[in-house]
Each structure stands twice: as structure tokens, then as C-alpha cells.
Design a protein around this ligand. Structure first.
Ligand SMILES: C[S@@+](CC[C@H](N)C(=O)[O-])C[C@H]1O[C@@H](n2cnc3c(N)ncnc32)[C@H](O)[C@@H]1O
Length: 233
């Protein structure tokens, strides 16, 4: 299945729903499928759609890595969802973590997805020491949280790819995180589509300092300036 088909497959077969009807799938999919190895972190699980989608792409591509997904599953952190989806009642939220586990089981991704039922801040101890390749930030959209999550990814997790969801003027706190990433000189934007924006760390490689000398050096053949000849002699 290609990414579009995978998205439809997840939506059709999961319990609950995919936040934003899956608008983030194109960008998330193209970042995940490019990684040949590495763990993926997700902040904001909801019912597991994006974690499952990432996990299925990793399965398809034979990518070695785990998807860690973090969500405190608390009604008071759901103002975004209750406003957009309209029907996230306290009752559904009470069962949110159970629904997440059921979905992981349904897609047979128990060995691929680790769900952490906590807030992303402070960083859950389960994540300390784990090396990550990429992060999808889709947790609490207010109170400076998107910037906190983004800074943690840049500074603490040494992430190579960061995907921000809902980079839209309706979410000024997400825009702050977007501006922060745009302002970092060693980060560049990879792709942005339908309010999902991906960034990557630009890795500068030092030129190799190794010089291989296959034969003894003949100083007479080197064209040094005079003052250098004296230095070398
Ligand atoms: C937009 S929904 C995530 C949608 C999900 N990625 C999907 O595509 O289906 C936002 C989620 O962030 C979670 N959330 C709220 N505060 C959080 C926090 N401090 N840490 C992690 N997740 C949080 C909410 O519980 C909610 O489930």
C-alpha cells in the first residue's frame, strides 16, 4: 500500500478518529519513509492514528526502530480536540488510553509502538537515553507547549527531523514554535503542506583530516614558498 492507501486503511479500521482527518499524512509519511533506521517520537497520540500510520510505514519499508508516543489522556488537555471534533466527551477521554492500546493491537503493532500515558513535559523518564531520528509534535497547542516540545527536540533529543502539525495562524503558540525553527541557523525546512511543516537539522561534516601517503614524501618536488622551505628544513 502507498501512503495514501495506508492513511485510508488506518482511518477505516481504527477505533476513534484521526485528528484533523489525516491532513498531516502527506508530510509525516514522506519524512518517515526516508529514514533507513531510527526511533520516532510522537507528542499527542489522541487515538493512535499517526503513531499507527508511522509504524505501518516503518514496517513496509523495513525500517528498524520504535515509535514512542506520548499523551496524558486528560480531559482538560483536550480543548483543541473538543472544539474541532466537537464530540470528545469526558467519557471518551476516560477510555482514551484503552482505545489507544486496542488500536495498537488491532494493527498488530505491539512490538513497534510504545505508548506513554504522560505529558511530554516534564520529559517522561521512559524517553531519557533513547536516541531518536524524528519527532511529530502534535500535543497541546496552547500555553507555550509547542515551543517547549520543539526546544526539547532540538536541544535535548538531538532530533534530525521535526514535524510540526497545525502550523496555522489559528494556533499562535504553534506559530511561535515554527518561527523558532525557521530562526535556527543549522535547521532547514524540508517540506510544508496542508499546515504540517517538517524541518531537518543540517549536519556539517568536517573534511577528513586523514592524509594517506603511499610513498615517502620528496620535499624537492613540493612547490613551497621560500620562507616555508626554511621552516621545513
Ligand atoms: C491534535 S490531538 C493529536 C492527534 C493525533 N496525533 C492524531 O493524528 O490522531 C492532540 C493530543 O495532544 C494531547 N496532549 C495534550 N496535552 C499534552 C501533553 N502535555 N503532552 C502530550 N500530549 C498532550 C491531547 O490529549 C490530544 O490527544
Amino acid at each position: 500500500m502507498n501512503n495514501e492507501q495506508l492513511k485510508e486503511y488506518v482511518i477505516k479500521n481504527m477505533y476513534g478518529w484521526w485528528g484533523g482527518q489525516g491532513h498531516c499524512a502527506t508530510v509525516l509519511g514522506c519524512i518517515i519513509e526516508q529514514n533507513d533506521v531510527g526511533n520516532h517520537l510522537e507528542i499527542g497520540t489522541l487515538f493512535g492514528a499517526t503513531a499507527i500510520y508511522a509504524g505501518l510505514i516503518m514496517e513496509r519499508e523495513g525500517i528498524n526502530g520504535i515509535v514512542y508516543t506520548v499523551d496524558p489522556c486528560l480531559y482538560e488537555t483536550h480543548e483543541y480536540c473538543s472544539r474541532v471534533a466537537g464530540n470528545l466527551s469526558p467519557d471518551i477521554v476516560k477510555h482514551q488510553s484503552e482505545i489507544i492500546y486496542e488500536n495498537i493491537k488491532k494493527f498488530e503493532l505491539e512490538n513497534r509502538i510504545v505508548f506513554i500515558n504522560k505529558s511530554s513535559n516534564p520529559i517522561p523518564e521512559e524517553l531519557l537515553g533513547v536516541e531518536f531520528n524524528s519527532c511529530f509534535i502534535d500535543g497541546f497547542h496552547y500555553s507555550g507547549m509547542p515551543l517547549i516540545d520543539t526546544k526539547n527536540c532540538v536541544e535535548l533529543f538531538n532530533m534530525k527531523h521535526i514535524i510540526l502539525d497545525d502550523t496555522h495562524y489559528r494556533y499562535p503558540d504553534v506559530i511561535k514554535a515554527l518561527k523558532y525553527l525557521i530562526g535556527l541557523k543549522n535547521w532547514g525546512m524540508s517540506v510544508s503542506y496542508q499546515n504540517t511543516s517538517a524541518f531537518h537539522r543540517i549536519i556539517y561534516k568536517e573534511p577528513s583530516m586523514e592524509i594517506s601517503i603511499s610513498a615517502p614524501m620528496d620535499k624537492t618536488k613540493l612547490n613551497w614558498p621560500d620562507f616555508m622551505e626554511k621552516e621545513i628544513a
